[in-house]
Design a protein around this ligand. Structure first.
Ligand code: FE2
Ligand code: FE2
Length: 308
């Protein structure tokens, strides 16, 4: 299977946000947006990425969140329309929320409404009420989607946070359920790919402002139960880390840069990564990068076939 990982699209329609909708925290985000964001995050890049994925016949697309900027209904509608151009359809595309999709509290139900089909668990993987940990626990997560030899496990770390912060948290209920998923006999022999918005390892994980608050607890679940690959977004750069798995194994943790960004740093230019999964293993991966002038995505020679 070829699995594509993209993240942090921050799709913005230019007829987008009406000022009346910009309540509470949103006005800070809106100023941010006006000052730089809309000039550097290009919807055209995602349009071209979708064409590229469709042309390549990618079997599954995993997007690790931040599809919007301010979690406005209009933004979710706009983003949903763009995702609907993927020929795989919602069963072949998995989207989890990022902190921008939960920018304010109403973002969480809006994501569920607008991207529910892209974040639907397979039948038999629904969570019963007795799995609820506390009142804040969103029982929907984690989601499990089994596609051939790959088991995709999607987490939600995103919640409305105080001004000027962008941290995430898996939460004790979701962590307990993640442990159950990773140990579930239905996943025996599957390549277990965990998608999470916030980086769970390395120096970015420990930031109190932008990191993953319960990265220690997450690492403990991985140390006990393992996984084949953990992918994340949020930092808008390609990152390579690892977490210890059981029995001396190492679990790769890979971040991908934004799928729509274009500014003066070539290493952050809009991209996505393809993982080749075969015979129960991840055989390799490579990046495809946007060439705005030529209107295409192309395989990046410099980082091609970096084995993990
Ligand atoms: Fe982002
Ligand atoms: Fe983010």
């Amino acid at each position: 299977m070829r699995l594509a990982h993209c993240s942090d699209l921050h799709l913005l329609s230019h007829d987008g946000a009406r000022w009346l909708e910009l309540a509470n925290k949103r006005w800070i985000g809106a100023m941010n947006l006006i000052s730089s964001r809309s000039r550097h995050y290009h919807v055209a890049a995602f349009e071209t990425m979708v064409d590229d994925m469709n042309a390549l016949g990618i079997e599954h697309v995993l997007c690790t969140g931040d599809v919007t900027n301010l979690a406005l209904r209009r933004e979710f509608e706009f983003a949903r329309g763009k995702f609907d151009r993927l020929s795989n359809g919602p069963l072949g595309v998995t989207v989890i929320p990022g902190n921008h999709d939960a920018y304010v509290a109403e973002g969480v139900p809006l994501f569920a409404e607008m991207f529910g089909e892209y974040a639907a668990a397979d039948a038999g993987w629904e969570w019963a009420e007795d799995h609820r940990h506390d009142a804040d626990d969103v029982l929907h997560w984690p989601i499990v989607r089994i596609r051939g030899e790959v088991a995709l496990i999607g987490l939600s770390t995103s919640r409305a946070t105080p001004w000027f912060t962008a941290y995430g948290k898996v939460g004790p209920g979701q962590l307990a359920r993640l442990a159950l998923v990773l140990a579930d006999p239905r996943l025996a022999g599957k390549v277990r790919v965990v998608g999470i918005h916030h980086p769970p390892a390395g120096r970015h994980a420990i930031s109190r402002i932008r990191g993953l608050r319960d990265h220690h607890e997450f690492a403990a679940v991985i140390a006990q139960h393992g996984a084949n690959l953990i992918v994340h977004g949020h930092e808008h750069q390609d990152l390579v880390e690892a977490l210890p798995g059981p029995d001396g194994t190492s679990v790769p943790v890979r971040g991908v840069a934004s799928g729509t960004y274009l500014h003066n740093k070539p290493e952050r230019t809009a991209r996505y990564r393809i993982y080749d999964i075969e015979g129960g293993q991840i055989r390799g991966d490579h990046v495809r990068i946007w060439d705005k002038e030529r209107g295409v995505f192309e395989r990046a020679a410099a980082v091609a076939a970096e084995a993990i």
